[in-house]
Ligand binder design. Sequence first.
Ligand SMILES: Nc1ncnc2c1ncn2[C@@H]1O[C@H](COP(=O)(O)OP(=O)(O)OP(=O)(O)O)[C@@H](O)[C@H]1O
Ligand SMILES: [Mg+2]
Length: 285
Amino acid sequence: MSKVIALLNMKGGVGKTTSSINIATGFANKGYNVLLIDFDPQANSTDILLDIKQEEVFINNEVTEAINSMDSDKLEEILKHLNKYNYSETFIDQMLFDAELTKTYQTTVPNLHIIPSRLELAKAEKEIRNGDTAVHNRLKRVVKKIRGDYDYIFIDCPPIINVLSTNVLNIADEIIAPIKIDRGAEKGLIMTIQQLIGIATSYDLDILIRPLFTMVTNNNQSKERLQVLNTFNNDIVKPIVPKIRFQDKPVNKASFENELIINNNKANVGQDYRNVVDYLDKEWN
Ligand SMILES: Nc1ncnc2c1ncn2[C@@H]1O[C@H](COP(=O)(O)OP(=O)(O)OP(=O)(O)O)[C@@H](O)[C@H]1O
Ligand SMILES: [Mg+2]
């Protein structure tokens, strides 16, 4: 049976997507079968892991060439290729229209599949709320069908709490809550944990919250903050020991070029994510 882990924090820009794609890749690199569900209408994980930009360039070039040369074999080949990348069956379709359907897509990373997102996912929230069937279990119904195919399922969540997130909490075994170490991080962490515990309690859920400290810098303020944050350590909250350092250039370059920083042997952040994956691998096996 697979483990389901949600990357969740109501605060925006704290490293949920960066952590989702890199931790999922780290487990796939270790040979596990991994699925990432992109649950954010911004679809950042989808763009990076399906390498949409490169795909568009490829299609533009190939189609132009095929049309120019009137090469029908080539056109047929492109059509086949387009079909492969036509990921129209996104999560929203599966949630709203056919919960039996569970289509996953191979990413650019071996052993890593994705259920992609798109902007329309934002509409799903309203539709689900207005729907009459077990609203909080839609995700559970979809994931139940494919759980057996994967060792780990990671869910990249949007920076809000709504009916989509309660769906996530209803299926997650654990939550990784990326916490950006900056002014207000302590308050943010307390609020995040309180909110998550509140929801978990109201749905009678047994859940472990693992804060992951991201974008840690070398100054003392950060060290003091880390100490305060590390005092949260009990049955419900267990901080991830390795931390992710702040490193502007390589991280931005990676996200701009749809690369995965965990595969970069020269960047500190790459090493940090490998350490986090090793740590979690030990915790879970
Ligand atoms: N360790 C790091 N060092 C430097 N920059 C980072 C680091 N981790 C993430 N970033 C940058 O911080 C920004 C926010 O990261 P990310 O998109 O992962 O956050 P998020 O929580 O998913 O955001 P949202 O709430 O919008 O979904 C991005 O520009 C990302 O490149
Ligand atoms: Mg994100």
